[in-house]
Design a protein around this ligand. Structure first.
Ligand SMILES: Nc1ncnc2c1ncn2[C@@H]1O[C@H](COP(=O)(O)OP(=O)(O)OP(=O)(O)O)[C@@H](O)[C@H]1O
Ligand SMILES: [Mg+2]
Length: 426
């Protein structure tokens, strides 16, 4: 029992409320590293393009996913970290500066600088989700990652502020509440996915993470270790399925099965094989596999053109990136990575979630990587795993995770205040 209580206190539950699946992942930090204890996934029916449209259905799926984890761990779950996405998310850059009080920069000075940068006008229907530093400048010297302990007189900070529409966030939180859960923190989904898939080197050199889910494609662009840009595109795997459904006149579920089993956007080599499909009238018929590729190709190109547009916009402003990591369930579509390489003219890899204690702290942690095992070693779980890593990072004492844990604790404290406001709790 004592053992169970001990475990209980350090267990983090990440809840990825996606358009196609709701998954709850339990993880903990042990002396040997991060351990994923259990993953539970249930179909999601109450979201469209990442935004809740049916609270009852969403709350029920959340309940089911969390109940599985509770059964497996043999304990009740009260608190979760949830990921948020959707086109209501908007971000912008801000800047703040303070004078240094002592002889060297303290973590309080860093906090004051970030506070100064956060003091910006935000419309009443929007709330700040994240305030993420993108550069520290000490006495005019740019490019400082951790100013704490350095001598200086004036500290400036550039930050990237992520906001969400109050109503969308509120509905999201209400679903968790209806499922009997308290939200410990809310994290931008692409930020979580990036934390679970990118390496420090990639973040330093400049990389675009593209999480192609069911309802949306989330983009997060990193350069010199910091998050520089995020955006959400309203296209995902459901559009691919829909195209197959319309193009081949199949029920949606059959089109989904056909897409996952035979879906490919590679040009056919040799004889095009026939695949069996169950048509609307219930009859089984054979169709050439190349038809599926012909239907999928234009949609995938359209999506990649939109991604290119986002990346080009940033590169024109001097943020040159050197590669792309595709993640999310739809990144598994055969040939997608090769098409992305051709359209974006950059090296592309598929991002499988991995476990590392240093994923969120801009390179100051140990990069001890380990993969998830079995069916959960899948890009679909990048967001969920990233949420667990985010929670573990925020929980770690600062000597283990470097200065960034102060920043994360600070952000989490701020977030907690915001949740209380929204949910009307003490
Ligand atoms: N092997 C596969 N080939 C092609 N597509 C796949 C494959 N496996 C899963 N998918 C697609 O991935 C999508 C689900 O991905 P994911 O779980 O990342 O989305 P989500 O998190 O539920 O949605 P979102 O992030 O958009 O809210 C579905 O559209 C599914 O059809
Ligand atoms: Mg997702």
């Amino acid at each position: 029992m004592a053992e169970r209580r001990k475990r209980n206190s350090s267990i983090i539950i990440g809840l990825d409320v996606g358009t196609t699946k709701i998954c709850a992942i339990a993880g903990e930090m042990t002396d040997d590293g991060i351990n994923i204890l259990f993953v539970s996934s249930h179909p999601s029916t109450g979201l469209r393009k990442g935004v809740v449209i049916d609270m009852e259905a969403t709350a029920n799926s959340i309940k089911k996913a969390v109940a599985d984890v509770e059964d497996h761990l043999g304990m009740g779950i009260k608190e979760v970290l949830v990921g948020i996405a959707g086109s209501h998310i908007k971000s912008f850059n801000s800047y703040g500066a303070v004078g240094i009080k002592g002889k060297e920069v303290s973590s309080e000075d860093v906090e004051r600088a970030i506070d100064a940068a956060s003091a910006v006008y935000v419309p009443l229907d929007r709330e700040i989700l994240h305030v993420l530093p993108t550069d520290f400048i000490l006495d005019g010297q740019e490019g400082i990652k951790d100013p704490v302990g350095m001598a200086g007189v004036r500290l400036e900070v550039k930050v990237y502020i992520v906001t969400g529409a109050v109503s969308s966030v509120q509905n999201f939180l209400k679903c968790c509440e209806r499922a009997g859960l308290e939200v410990a923190d809310i994290v931008l989904q692409p930020l979580a996915s990036a934390g679970a898939t990118l390496t420090d080197d990639e973040r330093d050199m400049g990389i675009a993470l593209v999480d192609i889910g069911g309802g949306t494609t989330d983009i997060a662009i990193y350069k010199e270790g910091w998050l520089r840009h995020t955006s959400v595109l309203g296209i995902g795997g459901n559009h691919f399925t829909n195209d197959i459904s319309v193009g081949l006149r199949l029920p949606f579920n059959e089109a989904e099965r056909v897409k996952k089993k035979y879906g490919s956007i590679l040009p056919e080599n040799g004889n095009p094989a026939d695949v069996d499909v169950v048509a609307l009238d219930g009859q089984v018929r054979g169709i050439p596999k190349k038809y599926i590729a012909e239907i999928l190709q234009p949609r995938c190109e359209e999506l990649l053109d939109l991604v290119k547009h986002e990346i080009d916009g940033l590169q024109n402003n001097g943020f040159i990136i050197s590669g792309i990591v595709l993640t999310g369930g739809s990144s598994l579509l055969e040939g997608f990575d090769r098409m992305a390489e051709a359209v974006l003219s950059m090296p592309v890899r598929i991002g499988y979630p991995y476990l590392s204690s240093g994923n969120f702290n801009n390179g100051s942690g140990d990069e001890v990587m380990s993969e998830l095992r079995g069916e959960f070693n899948n890009p679909m779980y990048a967001t969920g795993v990233g949420l667990v890593l985010y929670g573990i990072e925020a929980m770690m004492p600062s000597e283990r995770s470097g200065f960034s844990s102060d920043i994360f604790n600070r952000i989490i404290a701020k977030m907690a205040g915001w949740f209380k406001n929204i949910l009307g709790k003490k």
